[in-house]
Write a protein that binds this ligand. Structure first.
Ligand SMILES: [Zn+2]
Length: 324
C-alpha cells in the first residue's frame, strides 16, 4: 500500500468518525435521557467442570500497584517496561488479583486459601460476598486448604475472632505452619506477616492436618511441595475421571512477568533462588503434560495453560475447553 493510499484511508476513517459524532448529537436531542456511566464491571465468579468435580474460581479482590521492584527487583526498571510494552500492558502499573478456588468433589467442599482480611481495603476482602453470589455459604466448607501463610491467603481464616468456616477442618504444609509458628529467621519485611499468622492461623492448629511431602490430602487432591515463594509453600494437584488441574498458589505471581521470565526475582518470594528453581520445575511439568493451571494471582478467571516459547513460556488463558 502506498503512503498516499494510507493517508486517504485515514481521512476516510476520520470522516466516518465525524458522521458518527453527528448521529450521537442527533440522538441526544431525541427526548431520551442519556444512559448513565456505570463504571468498570469485573466478572468475579467462574465455574467449570473437571471430570465429576465442579471448580469455582472467585475473584475476592484486586489492587493496583507498580510492577517494579515487585518483579525483576534484581534488574533495572527498564526491563519490566520493555516486557510490559511487548505484551501490550502498562509498565508503570499492574492489577494484582486475588483468586480463591472452591472444589466440589461431590463428597466435600474444599476451599483453597481464604483471601485478604474482610474489609481490609475498598477492593479486597470480598470472598464471603462473592461466595454468596456463587451459591456457597461459609458453613458448607468441609476443608480449607492453605497453600502458604502470606496475608492474602490467611486473611479470611477468622472473622471477628471466630473461624469463618465453622464446620471446616484445615490442611497446612507442615514446614510452612512450623516456620510461621516458631518465628525463627523471619525477614524484616515479613515480621507483621508472622504476627498475623500467630493470630489467625495458629489457633486453628488443633483442627488441622499437616502435610509433609507429596501426597493425597483427600480423594482426588494431593499436595506437591513447591517451596521458595514461602518456606513450605504447597501446590495442589486435582484429578477427577482422568482430568487434571494444578492449583499452583503463588508459584508464579504474574501471567506475563513471572511466566515469561521465571528467572526474575520477586520481592514477595521469601527465598528467591528456591522460588526460581520451583517455577522452572513446575512450568516444565505443566507445559510437558498439558496440565491446566489455576494461579492465585493470574488474570481472572485465572485458569490457563503454559505454552513453551523458545526457552521461555507464555500463559494461554483457558477459553471454552472445559465447557464442551
Ligand atoms: Zn499471594
Amino acid at each position: 500500500m502506498s503512503q498516499q493510499s494510507i493517508v486517504t484511508t485515514r481521512r476516510d476513517i476520520l470522516k466516518l468518525a465525524g458522521g458518527a459524532a453527528a448521529l450521537t448529537a442527533l440522538g441526544a436531542g431525541s427526548g431520551h435521557t442519556a444512559a448513565p456511566m456505570l463504571g468498570v464491571h469485573r466478572p468475579s465468579i467462574y465455574r467449570f467442570k473437571l471430570g465429576a468435580f465442579e471448580v469455582t474460581n472467585i475473584l475476592e479482590g484486586f489492587v493496583h500497584r507498580p510492577p517494579h521492584p515487585t518483579f525483576a527487583g534484581n534488574l533495572p526498571k527498564a526491563r519490566i517496561e520493555e516486557l510490559a510494552k511487548a505484551n501490550g500492558v502498562p509498565g508503570d502499573k499492574y492489577e494484582q488479583v486475588y483468586v480463591n478456588t472452591i472444589v466440589n468433589t461431590g463428597k466435600e467442599l474444599v476451599l483453597f486459601d481464604t483471601g485478604n482480611v474482610r474489609g481490609r481495603g475498598a477492593t479486597t476482602g470480598k470472598l464471603l460476598e462473592h461466595m454468596a453470589t456463587a451459591g456457597y455459604k461459609p458453613e458448607q466448607i468441609d476443608i480449607v486448604v492453605v497453600t502458604h501463610g502470606h496475608p492474602d491467603h490467611i486473611g479470611g481464616l477468622l472473622d471477628s475472632g471466630k473461624p469463618t468456616f465453622a464446620n471446616a477442618r484445615y490442611i497446612f504444609g507442615e514446614a510452612e505452619f512450623d516456620f510461621w509458628r516458631k518465628g525463627e529467621n523471619v525477614r524484616d519485611a515479613r515480621k507483621a506477616n508472622r504476627e498475623m499468622f500467630v493470630k489467625l492461623a495458629v489457633p486453628l492448629g488443633d483442627k488441622a492436618t499437616f502435610v509433609k511431602t507429596e501426597g493425597e490430602v483427600t480423594g482426588g487432591i494431593r499436595a506437591i511441595p513447591t517451596f521458595g515463594h514461602s518456606p513450605g509453600h504447597m501446590a495442589y494437584h486435582v484429578e477427577s475421571n482422568g482430568q487434571r488441574l494444578l492449583i499452583w498458589g503463588d508459584v508464579a505471581n504474574h501471567y506475563i512477568f513471572a511466566v515469561q521470565q521465571p528467572d526474575w526475582y520477586g520481592s514477595f518470594d521469601d527465598n528467591p533462588d528456591a522460588a526460581v528453581a520451583t517455577r522452572k520445575r513446575v512450568f516444565d511439568m505443566v507445559a510437558t503434560d498439558r496440565i491446566p493451571v489455576i494461579g492465585y494471582h493470574m488474570a481472572f478467571p485465572a485458569l490457563g495453560f503454559l505454552e513453551r516459547s523458545g526457552t521461555s513460556y507464555r500463559w494461554a488463558q483457558a477459553t471454552y475447553q472445559f465447557n464442551l
